[in-house]
Design a protein. Structure first.
Length: 467
């Protein structure tokens, strides 16, 4: 795309010259997220502040068939914010206001550029709880969470982002402004446009206002770290805990290499682990009545003691709890700091988790790569970090895609799918035919064309290249 004076003048008029950027440094900075080492800068970066400004930009872009990529906090892991075809990068960072916390109806109205942790903290001050907690919640935007349908550790009990979105203000690729639903807990009126937007990865519209439902804030929790001598038994214990009638607020799987790497990356967090230990489960229960929580913890102990485990660590203080959560949330960054890597975000029915883990390790041995596995075991969501290590560049390029294909085929064979919370974006789109047949992919293509007839909004994402 060629930048011309007429386009720049129009954008200056809409948002002000100080919020339009064409210099290489700024464009490069907004040309990446946390997906490997990719960088696809926009030709122009624009920072609007109102829904009307975005609508005006989209009308110009649609008329002139200029690609537009919504850009949030750039914490994504599927390349969703990459400007693959240049064009206009639409930064949402000035949409950073919490508009209203409705304590009577347990709802919050927010703009999409609010950091998720900031939102959680603000509603907590009112005695309310927004449960969704992606690992990057201290830096990611709530709008990005909605675009990717983010999950997190507490999804096992409380659900993922889609379970809290009531209504959205959206700018369509053609520049019209719509609301997708109603600020009600029940809604059987017409097609569910709200849930269509959730998880659409910025390909169908640009979210400018969000209405979320909230819960009352729980007052107590118990957190325990359970060491297992066998990784497959740690996975088996997950389903056993649920079958015993317990629904933890978090149930995380961390294999041995992951926890070792992370303790080197976060040296202030130290857990003594015997050499023979292969994996850990980090288990939390929460609620308002300590006596009930102690009973649930005892029940969990009775389940995990059926397996070969070492001494269970109970976090006695808030400091210990924060340290254990810091350890878990830092795993991804720890792996990234050690080696070039690719992260896959598979999800299967939780009972199939042992089979998925076993298969991933076998596939890694077949193609010569190492995997570091961890994730939200309570909902069957396994993050698979494929580590380059000592692989040659040639094998990294030729063998790893074969291995990923086999991992995804295994996942689908186990009644799972390609992504539980990171999205498809740029890096996984060509694997989509593993999970969907041609009829299903054509329906998705038709939805995209209906919303975006000129295919200008976040092009090159989700749908495979040859569709």
């Amino acid at each position: 795309m060629q930048i011309n004076t007429e386009l720049l003048t129009e954008l200056y008029t809409i948002v002000g010259e100080k919020y339009v950027f064409t210099d290489l440094e700024t464009r490069h900075n907004y040309g990446h997220d946390e997906t490997e080492d990719y960088n696809f800068p926009p030709n122009i970066l624009v920072k609007p502040a109102t829904v009307e400004e975005i609508a005006s930009i989209m009308k110009i872009a649609n008329k002139n068939k200029i690609p537009v990529t919504p850009i949030g906090a750039r914490t994504g892991l599927s390349g969703g914010a990459l400007s693959l075809y240049g064009g206009i990068g639409l930064s949402m960072e000035r949409f950073n206001k919490i508009i209203n916390i409705d304590e009577k109806n347990l709802q919050v109205v927010t703009e999409p550029g609010v950091i998720t942790q900031v939102l959680k903290d603000n509603v907590a001050e009112k005695g309310l709880f927004y449960p969704v907690d992606p690992s990057s919640m201290g830096s990611c935007f709530i709008g990005g969470n909605i675009a990717e349908n983010s999950g997190g550790a507490r999804a096992v009990k409380y659900g993922v982002t889609k379970d809290y979105v009531l209504n959205l203000e959206v700018v369509l690729p053609t520049g019209e402004i719509i609301w997708t639903g109603a600020n009600t807990l029940k809604n059987s009126t017409g097609y569910n446009l709200t849930q269509l937007m959730v998880g659409s990865e910025g390909t169908l519209g640009i979210i400018t206002k969000i209405v979320l439902k909230l819960l009352p804030l729980n007052n107590h929790n118990i957190l325990m770290l359970v060491p297992f001598y066998k990784s497959d038994e740690a996975c088996e214990a997950v389903s056993a805990i649920f079958r015993a009638g317990i629904i933890p607020s978090a149930l995380e799987f961390i294999e041995r290499d992951a926890i070792d790497w992370t303790m080197k990356y976060v040296p202030e967090v130290n857990v003594i682990i015997k050499d023979e230990i292969q994996a850990h489960l980090l288990i939390e229960v929460d609620g308002n009545y300590p006596d009930i929580l102690f009973q649930e913890a005892e029940k969990i102990m009775s389940v995990v003691e059926q397996f070969e485990i070492d001494e269970v660590l109970f976090a006695d203080t808030e400091e210990q709890k924060n340290a254990l959560w810091k350890l878990r949330r830092a795993v991804g960054e720890a792996v990234k700091s050690n080696s070039i890597y690719k992260e896959e975000d598979t999800v299967v029915p939780r009972y199939e988790l042992p089979n998925l883990l076993k298969g991933v390790k076998e596939i890694g041995r077949k193609y010569g790569f190492t995997t570091i596995c961890y994730g939200h075991a309570g909902d069957g969501n396994l993050h698979i970090n494929i580590v380059k290590g000592n692989m040659t560049d040639t094998n990294w390029i030729t063998e790893v895609p074969k291995g990923i294909t086999e991992i995804f085929k295994l996942t689908v064979a186990l009644k799972g799918t390609l992504s539980g919370e990171h999205g498809i974006g740029y890096v996984q789109k060509n694997y989509m035919p593993i999970a969907f047949n041609q009829i299903e992919l054509n329906l998705m293509k038709g939805i995209k064309q209906l919303f975006d007839p000129n295919l200008i909004l976040n092009p090159g994402k989700i749908l495979p290249d040859n569709l």
